[in-house]
Design a protein. Structure first.
Length: 283
């Protein structure tokens, strides 16, 4: 699997944690035993050096992580409310706004079983143009919508949906699509699948669990009741859990249940990627 986009530091008032939605997914994919590559860019600074060390710890190859000589490593200032829900200040411009392509990167994407991307890395024309070129090389695509602040548009979403086979979104992003396409909430799944030939639509719904639409029916899981500490990265863990189970041949229902358990557990812990053996904790 290949993930494209931001790798950065989530900076909390008391500490910092490695993050970025596509990197969070990559980290959990690797912990689940899948080979994964991350296409991103960091600065030639101390924060960038720390990321490269941490990527080694995660046992993810660094060969597609670029080092920028001009722009700094990305950071996001994170604040949590009383329910553990985050708000973000995403600093710009930073190194991952300027992801470049070479033949090795293209070859990895061309050969990948899945290619995952989101909207945030498209906020600058350089990384956006790189992503759009890569999307023409692979038809097994996963669009993790990941709408943040003002860094998206209807035009961008529409263009990316045309290249999407599996769409993952949360309940707030579902509402955004409902508004921009002016389609009734009950008909949105049908609209998206028919217009864009999407094979699966996966929606996380916070405390209400998650659901998957395959074009014929909606599979639902009510989720797990937990004491929330930090929801940052829980949706990314959910997506990694769902994809790995689905590709391993498990049913949609079983894949959805595993994904809900993993996402819930991550929300009980600080930070997006856990170093401990959470596989034991969610059995």
């Amino acid at each position: 699997m290949v993930c494209f986009g931001e790798v950065l530091w989530d900076v909390y008032p008391e500490f910092k944690k490695l993050g970025g939605a596509p990197f969070n997914v990559a980290g959990h994919l690797r912990k689940l035993g899948f080979e994964v590559r991350m296409i991103s860019r960091v600065g030639k600074d101390d924060l960038g050096k720390e990321i490269l060390v941490e990527i080694n710890v995660q046992n993810i190859p660094r060969d597609l992580i670029q080092v920028d000589l001009e722009y700094p490593t990305g950071i996001v200032n994170v604040k949590l409310d009383d329910e553990g829900k985050p708000t973000y200040e995403i600093v710009q411009p930073v190194a991952w706004d300027f992801i470049e392509l070479d033949d090795r990167t293209r070859d990895h994407v061309r050969e990948a079983d899945l290619f995952l991307f989101g909207t945030l890395a498209c906020r600058h024309e350089k990384s956006r143009s790189s992503l759009l070129e890569l999307l023409d090389l692979n038809t097994s695509t996963v669009f993790d919508m990941n709408l943040r602040q003002h860094f998206f548009s209807q035009e961008l979403i529409t263009h990316l949906l045309k290249k999407t086979r599996i769409l993952k979104l949360n309940d707030e992003e579902y509402d955004v699509l409902h508004r921009i396409f002016n389609v009734s909430r009950d008909n949105l799944y049908n609209f998206l699948k028919q217009r864009y030939e999407i094979q699966l639509i996966v929606q996380t719904r916070g405390a209400e669990g998650a659901e998957v639409y395959d074009g014929e029916q909606v599979y639902q899981n009510s989720g797990y009741r937990i004491e929330v500490v930090d929801t940052v990265g829980s949706g990314d863990a959910f997506l990694a859990g769902f994809l790995t189970n689905l590709l391993s041949g498990n049913s949609i229902e079983a894949s959805l249940d595993f994904a809900c358990r993993l996402g819930a557990y991550v929300a009980t812990q600080p930070g997006a990627i856990l170093h401990m053996n959470w596989m034991i904790c969610i059995q």
